[in-house]
Design a protein around this ligand. Structure first.
Ligand SMILES: [Zn+2]
Length: 279
């Protein structure tokens, strides 16, 4: 079964995506433990659709990468066999953050257009000032939260015990795990449909609102599960580190949420109250 290329010895720590066996020094084209085909691992050509976004188009490349990251773990994790572009990974992360943030911004603007202060009203500026700035503060906090929450997991992907090259690839691949954020527009669409439908058919409306409430938790769970899956395949020698990630990361996310949705807004409201009393 071995092709001509397969005679080249694998010169670095490389783990079978199927069983985690270290393939270093291997000559054959199949994993000796489980028989997994090593064709994709032996290739130098990246298979992440995101890498080919210039040719594929951003949207198609993005959604194919989301799909691959979330539902084709083995195929996705084969990327650890070759250098993974760090800037591509960061770019993917920021696009995912915007997939979560922009629909929320759009929903806020829609809500303001429907129920916010009306222009040409004599107290418009006074109302707008007090109705807009707390929401503006919350939006800045939301962006900061998303940036911090998607940056944090990479700290679990460079344990000291593994070679630097493997660390670099693992870090870059970990950024792709935030693919679950891409589904936020769907969550918000269900929320909006639920808000409309509840006036027409109460039970269906309530069911949709309930679904929209729980979907973000599902997204977070998928994000965490993808991180653990990816970690398990690209650095199977670091099981302890991954267990730590599984336990600690939800609490770190919770702490960030507390900081950005309670601490910072509270401090800024307090500051504004104080300032408005002084002047
Ligand atoms: Zn194997």
């Amino acid at each position: 079964m071995s092709s001509k290329d397969a005679q080249v010895e694998i010169r670095h720590d490389l783990f079978c995506p199927e069983c985690g066996y270290n393939l270093r020094a291997l000559l054959s084209n199949r994993c000796p433990e489980c028989g997994y085909s090593l064709d994709a691992l032996r290739s130098d050509v990246p298979r992440l659709p995101w890498v080919y976004r210039a040719e594929l188009g951003h949207r198609r490349a993005y959604w194919r990468t989301v799909w691959m990251t979330m539902f084709q773990h083995k195929r996705f994790c084969e990327e650890v066999a070759r250098p993974v572009d760090y800037r591509d990974a960061q770019h993917f992360r920021w696009v995912s953050v915007l997939h979560a943030y922009v629909p929320i911004l759009a929903a806020t603007i829609l809500l303001y257009a429907l129920a916010g202060p009306k222009p040409f009203h004599e107290e418009f500026f006074d109302q707008a000032l007090w109705a807009v700035w707390p929401v503006a503060v919350l939006h800045v906090c939301l962006l900061l939260f998303l940036a911090a929450a998607t940056g944090l997991p990479s700290y679990f992907f460079f344990p000291r015990g593994i070679p630097v090259e493997q660390q670099n690839r693992a870090i870059a691949l970990s950024y792709y795990a935030c693919a679950a954020l891409a589904w936020t527009p769907l969550t918000l669409a269900i929320l909006l449909v639920g808000l409309v439908v509840i006036h027409l058919h109460e039970i269906t409306g309530q069911a949709l609102l309930m679904l929209a409430f729980f979907l973000p938790f599902g997204q977070l769970f998928a994000y965490l599960a993808d991180l653990i899956h990816i970690g398990g395949r690209v650095m199977p020698q670091c099981k302890g580190r991954l267990a730590l990630l599984g336990v600690v990361l939800p609490f770190l996310w919770l702490a960030l949420a507390g900081l950005f949705f309670v601490g910072v807004p509270w401090a800024s409201f307090y500051f504004v109250l104080l300032a408005s009393n002084l002047f």
